[in-house]
Structures are given as structure tokens and as C-alpha cells.
Design a protein around this ligand. Sequence first.
Ligand code: FE2
Length: 189
Amino acid sequence: MWIYEKKLQYPVKVSKCDPMMAKFLIEQYGGADGELAAALRYLNQRYTIPDKIIGLLTDIGTEEFAHLEMIATMVYKLTKDATAEEMKEAGLGAHYADHDKALFYHNAAGAPFTATYIQAKGDPITDLYEDIAAEEKARATYQWLINMSDDPDIIDSLSFLREREIVHSQRFREAVEILKEDQGRKKVF
Ligand SMILES: [Fe+2]
């Protein structure tokens, strides 16, 4: 079970209405390497991973939902004062026609979220390599998003999220080493 704390993991401020940035940021909401994909990937893999790694997947999977909240807050704040015309000009006309300002799980190009973004192979090392790759892809995406923003507040929040992807990648790399060590130990001839 989860206990909910009614605050964001890291404060999210937005200096100006910027629906174009929201269109790009939604990549980390419902995109292949986004926070929803990350949370679902890790929490689902827990059932077939060795016991000593379950806590790590729970910790990181839970944190990804906290990141999802941060992205949702940013997208909401970036679009809440936009007119229909401004949404259209930002390339969000199709989104507006279907959802108004509501958030929806799709990527920056508008493709809806799909479970095919995530894998669960059942082989612990394979799954952890997928997780490391996912974290590195998310880190790169945050960098590309930072490169496209001129809003110091958005850049601050995105820099925090990029940093967390680096920490997650390192922790998954450590988990691979722990499992490799265990596998090595079993081979006693
Ligand atoms: Fe992560």
C-alpha cells in the first residue's frame, strides 16, 4: 500500500504561460521514456525479481509517480491561462479539441500511451538493464527539454528530475552488480 503526502517532491514554479513548452513536456508524462512508463515498469517487475531487489524497485517506482505529479503540475501551469488560439499556435489544437486543458497520457507528438513502451522479461539482469536504459533515456529527454526552455523555474524543476534519473541509473547498476555477484557465488565446482 501507499501513504500519500499532499505536497510535491520538489517545488514546481512556472514563470509564464507557455503552451509550446507544455506540448514538449508531455513527452515525460505519456511518452515511451516518461514517468508513467517508468513507474509502471518498475512496480510491475517486482514480482519476479530476487527479494533483495524488490525494495529498490518499490522505492524508485513510487518516486516516479511523484515525478509524474511534478510533470502534470508543470503542464497544467504552462497551459491554464492559454487561449484556444494560443493552444492552436503551440501545436496543441488537436489536444484542445479532444481534451480542452485536461492532461492526457500521450507523447509530445500526440501518440497515446501504450503498455508496449515497457518490458517485463522475467530475467532479473535483463529487466535491470532495461531499467538502466530507461533511466538514461529519461535523463537525455530531460536534457533536451532543458535545452528548449528559457524559463529559469522550469529549468530548475527539470534539472532536479534529470538529477534523479542519474541517481536511479546508478542504483540499478549497483543492483546488477549485486545479482552478478550472487550468480558467481553459486558456481562452486
Ligand atoms: Fe527515474
